[in-house]
Ligand binder design. Structure first.
Ligand SMILES: O=C(CO)[C@H](O)COP(=O)(O)O
Length: 260
């Protein structure tokens, strides 16, 4: 069996109001994931506290979809890392491409948020990704390395061990997304691993979970999960139903254990 867990998680994005989120969390609480897998779920802010309470003591980690970098203050409409920690979140997603594209998230704010999340004892899940245009120009690896270096700038190596990274090509995400082929993902993840090792040294650099996301489905999840330097998958649409999420976890875990 693999010694490191395989991370399998989903963000519900702007789906599921409090009632639906509570129902989904209860269904997840009754699920006993197979060994070797670390499941996580990222509900909207409106149900974060409830979902954390329901999944407390289970093996399912709960995260938030965003944070501000300040602890408090006159930031209308924002949520601070202090609030997220108080709700029970242990993971915070930062820099998703939808936030970068529609809400002005930049590499600089991603870096501020990474520091804020670590300061409050949670784990940042840093999302990076190339646009269709960058992909077409063949600069994917440069873009990813730049995003990663800025996101993690100034984080001491010991703290880097708390970070998770998700590579999600912008062109692969969502209804119009095109699933990336595994050779392409393998090369991108190898490059990302090299950057992490450069920044954090071998011991920590190899330990940082590197997840893949973007049109991951029950049909292709195992293929992505078996790539070297892919430590898990981050799923959107295909895992919004708890039954589908559980099914993907089951099949990926089965293969993970069998191949270990
Ligand atoms: O963040 C994602 C996973 O939660 C990502 O945007 C992938 O979404 P999907 O293409 O709907 O799987």
């Amino acid at each position: 069996m693999h010694s490191r867990p395989l991370w399998i998680g989903t963000s519900w994005k702007m789906n599921k109001g409090p009632a639906a989120a509570i129902e989904a969390a209860r269904a997840l609480a009754a699920f006993h994931p197979p060994g070797g897998v670390q499941p996580f779920v990222i509900p909207p802010f409106t149900s974060l506290r409830d979902v954390c309470a329901i999944l407390d003591g289970t093996s399912v980690m709960v995260g938030a979809q965003n944070t501000h970098w300040e602890d408090e203050g006159a930031w209308t409409g924002e949520i601070s890392p202090v609030m997220l920690a108080e709700c029970g979140a242990t993971l915070v997603e930062i820099g998703h491409s939808e936030r970068r594209a529609h809400f002005g998230e930049t590499d600089w704010t991603v870096n501020l948020k990474v520091h804020a999340v670590l300061r409050h004892g949670m784990r940042p899940l840093v999302c990076i990704g190339d646009t269709a245009q960058e992909h077409a120009f063949g600069v994917t690896h440069d873009v990813l390395a730049r995003q990663l270096r800025i996101a993690l700038h100034g984080v001491p190596p010991a703290r880097l061990a708390q970070v998770l990274v998700a590579y999600e090509p912008v062109w692969a995400i969502g209804a119009g997304g095109q699933a990336a082929d595994t050779t392409f993902v393998a090369a991108a993840h190898a490059r990302l691993r090299a950057v992490l090792v450069e920044m954090a040294g071998e011991a920590v650099g190899f330990e940082i979970p590197l997840l893949y996301g973007g049109s991951v489905t029950r049909n292709n999840a195992c293929g992505y999960a078996r790539i070297a330097n892919v430590d898990g998958v981050f799923i959107g649409r295909a895992a919004w139903s708890v039954a589908d999420f559980r099914q993907i976890i089951g099949s990926v875990a089965h293969e993970h254990v069998a191949s270990g």
